[in-house]
Write a protein that binds this ligand. Structure first.
Ligand SMILES: [Zn+2]
Ligand SMILES: [Zn+2]
Length: 188
């Protein structure tokens, strides 16, 4: 039987998202990381932006544009999560750079190698994860038994889903049944 795999953040939708546009400080960080790994041309051209239009994923990497987009809602989860997501997306760029014209799987061996080089060797492969949908449509409420964050869902979740923040904090980002989300309200 195959359980699990999906992890997610709890994002509050009520918070205002002041961040949008390029982030020079994060770009500097990324350039330094890439330079240290010898990827100097990518270091020169890479850009990092906050994109409030990202709805359901924490971040996204566009290799052709050398652009990393981050969801402003990440800011609610502290610098650790921002850095983690930044490195996850950076690993996509680095993996494709190293692969050249060869097509690679988004979270395949090349990406995992890049993650290791970027210091996030145990990164979970999922980032295109649903942020809470609009609350008026959410009929199901799940809760992390550890941090007590709530997750709102339109549909009942079929797979085992764990709290990403807690999995990262206590299990290197791997699925951990201790943090499996529990249904606390549904079918209303
Ligand atoms: Zn990814
Ligand atoms: Zn949690």
């Amino acid at each position: 039987m195959r359980l699990l795999k999906q992890l997610e953040f709890a994002f509050q939708r009520s918070t205002i998202h002041p961040r949008a546009g390029r982030d020079v400080a994060l770009e500097t960080t990324v350039r330094e990381i890439l330079s240290a790994l010898g990827a100097t041309r990518l270091a020169d051209s890479v850009r990092v932006e906050w994109n409030p239009r990202l709805q359901t994923c924490a971040g996204r990497a566009h290799f052709s544009e050398k652009l990393i987009s981050l969801n402003p809602r990440l800011c609610e989860h502290g610098v650790g999560e921002i850095d983690r997501t930044l490195r996850h997306e950076l690993a996509h760029l680095l993996a494709q750079l190293r692969a050249g014209r060869r097509r690679i799987l988004p979270h395949g061996a090349e990406w995992r190698d890049a993650c290791r080089d970027l210091g996030i060797g145990h990164e979970a492969r999922c980032h295109d994860l649903p942020f809470p949908v609009k609350s008026y449509a959410a009929r199901f409420v799940y809760r992390c038994p550890n941090c007590r964050r709530n997750f709102h869902r339109v549909r009942q979740m079929r797979r085992a889903v764990a709290c990403l923040a807690c999995c990262r904090a206590h299990n290197r980002g791997e699925f951990d049944a201790r943090f499996r989300l529990q249904l606390c309200r549904g079918g209303l």
